[in-house]
Design a protein around this ligand. Sequence first.
Ligand code: URA
Length: 208
Amino acid sequence: MQITVVNHPLVQHKLALMREADVSTNKFRLLTEELARLLAYEATRDLPLEDVTINGWCGEVAVKKIKGKKLTVVPILRAGLGMLNGVLDLVPSAKISVVGLARDEETLQPVPYFEKFVGDLEDRLALIIDPMLATGGSLVATIDMLKRNGCKEIVAIVMVAAPEGVKLVNEQHPDVQIVTASLDSHLNEQGYIIPGLGDAGDKIFGTI
Ligand code: URA
């Protein structure tokens, strides 16, 4: 199973603040950004490095730099947008690909209504961002779309994951790593993660 639960104290503390029932929109939005930044730090842990020599203050210094790996950050509309700035703080030159999915009310399957991918997807690591991994349908659909467009290396960053969603993603795309702050208990009948955060999109955008 390719799931990393980030147990760093700052991650767990920020997630705890987000779980408060009366958290304000402002605070939730800020915490989403901060948590995304910390999770992105973990998600980029395996970026390849190369040895280079630079001119330092005392002459030549052997240092390590990221080996020209191209990235694309992929927010899933709309809640994924709340995590975007946090991730871009760490990888400011990453290009952004955007996916929008709507649920077909008959089949209950996610249907893309918007997709705009950057070029050279075959050479890029894609960091998909979506706060909540619930049933996994949207994440699987997004991974399908990225792979159809040539992407070979994908990491999903989610703030909270449900076992049901993790299972589906692992079954359909075992090569995709999931980085999260918490693997929660289960989904309720309405498809909300328990204990979860409630509707993350509504809390980020203030549409409660
Ligand atoms: N989407 C959310 O925003 N919250 C959930 O608990 C599940 C899906």
